[in-house]
Design a protein around this ligand. Structure first.
Ligand SMILES: C[S@@+](CC[C@H](N)C(=O)[O-])C[C@H]1O[C@@H](n2cnc3c(N)ncnc32)[C@H](O)[C@@H]1O
Length: 269
């Protein structure tokens, strides 16, 4: 290789996730739970503070409000009547804890690739021991991972930008789920709809059919819902639809396009 070639090779771009997940809790996560979530919202609710109202499809909250994104996840579980739920990137475990409080009959588990995040979850919710596990959703699919009717992520895939990892994560989520995948993410951090469509067309999902819907929570949050069967919900066919009304971030949109461009998909079936 020429000298110029070697210099260019050394300066080639490496893509990386937003955080070092091994040190994330100490670096920023624990501080953000206290400063951003606990300071403004109810992070963990007691038994009598949350109740899902099946007639209205909404979560009734006593005391301080839940963060709208966290409320949406619980409303999705109730409205979709999922009997088993698994959270990808469960972090400090608050959503698993709240979910178990609202839906005691649902089998509810969580996985995270960061041991220090799981240690934090264990500290915050000792009763979750046995429900949380070490799991890297960007590894090849493991038959030891839990299957569930609903698999969801909240603020996880949006931070994954290493090579083609977010595609692997998306495919693993669908292929571990029996009915639904819910993505509660920042929709400018990836071209989620285009990437899902490309994975589907390329044969990376086990589901014979997939319907991509918009799911709205009752307090203003929106999510992407992938469903094996068509739901009575608005269908999404483009990223523009899920981004409608959001203030564009040029930096994020540029990186999303770079991330999408690294995908090399199976031939169309
Ligand atoms: C921004 S935090 C969100 C945590 C939690 N969902 C919440 O809302 O508090 C992102 C979480 O995703 C986890 N994570 C990142 N990459 C992952 C992967 N490949 N597989 C599983 N978890 C991952 C991190 O360790 C971290 O706990």
């Amino acid at each position: 290789m020429s000298l110029l070639g070697r210099l260019l090779y050394q300066s080639r771009k490496f893509y990386d996730d937003d955080f070092d997940w091994n040190t994330y809790t100490a670096d920023s996560y624990e501080r953000r739970i206290v400063g951003d979530i606990e300071a403004n919202f109810q992070a963990v609710a007691e038994q009598d503070q949350l109740k899902f109202n099946a007639a209205t499809g909404t979560l009734e909250v006593q005391g301080r409000d839940l963060h709208p994104n966290h409320q949406l996840v619980l409303e999705a579980i109730g409205r979709l009547q999922a009997k088993s739920v698994h959270e990808i990137g469960c972090g400090g475990g608050d959503h698993v804890a709240n979910g178990k409080t609202v839906f005691p009959d649902v089998t509810y588990t969580g996985g995270d690739r960061g041991q220090t995040q799981l240690d934090l979850a264990q500290q915050r919710h000792p009763h979750l021991a046995g429900s949380l596990m070490l799991q890297d959703i960007t590894m090849p699919l493991s038959r030891h991972w839990p299957r569930a009717e609903l698999i969801y992520s909240q603020a996880v895939l949006m931070h994954i930008h290493t090579a083609v990892s977010h595609f692997v994560g998306l495919a693993n989520m669908v292929n571990s789920s029996d009915r639904f995948v819910l993505l509660m993410e920042n929709y400018q951090c990836h071209n989620f709809i285009a990437d899902i469509q490309a994975l589907q067309k390329g044969g990376h999902f086990d589901w014979p059919e997939m319907f991509i819907h918009r799911f709205d929570g009752s307090t203003g949050a929106r999510a992407i819902l992938l469903a094996r069967d068509k739901q009575d919900l608005p269908e999404l066919t483009s990223d523009a639809q899920i981004r409608e009304g959001l203030k564009p971030s040029d930096r994020r949109l540029k990186r999303s396009n770079e991330d999408s461009a690294r995908g090399l998909f199976g031939p169309a079936g």
